[in-house]
Write a protein that binds this ligand. Structure first.
Ligand code: SF4
Length: 256
């Protein structure tokens, strides 16, 4: 299916009760070759009226966060887990998620982004379930925002929904930091060409997940990277999370 055909189906969809209260079902928007797909929960009131994504107060916050991350809207693809407004901003019901996520799954297939950034609790739970990643409890949920996960061939970066800032302006710096990770993920670590992790991976000694999560992912969080930047000694077999792989302790002690 092409994107135009999919969007036509979204606009005409009557698969769940939300079709009775919506004004517009909102299709995804943005770059069809995007590396990053943002997945919000559902449209708000302004979006529902105008039939466009992120034009209300959350959209303003999103623009500011993307701006700080030096990412332009036209570089990414944005969509919702639920395509129609939830009456009085109530929580989505499981049967609504089940019915509507068909469209999101098709969008992921068509756009094929490398990075999925679900915004907020429901979008993140859905994406984690889809890619068989264990969700944390609701109480611990905020701890995963801004952290990178791997699911199949996708990198998954859960982010707080921009609307968080409308209710809790004190979290602004935290949100800026989390969204800035999107920019980090677009580039590989500058040390990768000379890093022992590359060599060990190519020799088949190191699991690919380390390369994807750190060297070609969130290299800023890599302990090796941080120590390299400070000129601090670290053994070849120190893994990116700072642990030593005991199989190799004692075999080498050189810096990068
Ligand atoms: S292990 Fe760390 S320092 Fe080495 S290339 Fe990967 S991210 Fe960079």
């Amino acid at each position: 299916m092409e994107i135009d055909e999919l969007n036509k189906r979204i606009k005409e969809c009557k698969k769940c009760r939300l079709s009775e209260t919506r004004m517009n079902a909102i299709c995804g928007e943005g770059n069809l070759n995007a590396k990053i797909m943002l997945i919000a929960q559902a449209p708000g009131e302004k979006e529902n009226r105008a039939g466009k994504m992120f034009i209300g107060p959350s959209g303003k916050v999103l623009d500011e966060l993307l701006n700080k991350a030096e990412i332009k809207r036209h570089e990414i693809y944005m969509t919702n887990l639920i395509k129609c407004m939830l009456p009085k901003y109530r929580k989505p019901k499981q049967d609504e998620i089940k019915a509507c996520s068909y469209y999101l799954n098709e969008e992921i297939k068509l756009i094929n982004p490398k990075i999925l950034a679900p915004l907020g609790y429901y979008a993140t739970c859905y994406i984690f379930q889809k890619y068989s990643i264990l969700s944390p409890s609701k109480a611990e949920f905020s701890s995963i925002y801004g952290k990178l996960f791997l699911g199949g061939d996708k990198k998954i970066l859960p982010l707080p929904h921009p609307a968080t800032l409308l209710h809790n302006p004190d979290f602004k710096q935290d949100l800026i930091e989390s969204y800035r990770k999107l920019q980090v993920l677009l580039k590989d670590c500058k040390w990768y060409p000379v890093c022992p992790m590359k060599r060990f991976y190519e020799e088949g000694k190191l699991d690919r997940k380390w390369i994807e999560l750190y060297c070609k992912g969130d290299w800023e969080s890599c302990i090796r990277y941080q120590m390299e930047e400070k000129g601090e000694f670290h053994p070849d077999w120190m893994l990116p999370d700072g642990t030593l792989d005991e199989k190799y302790i004692g075999r080498s002690g050189k810096n990068n």
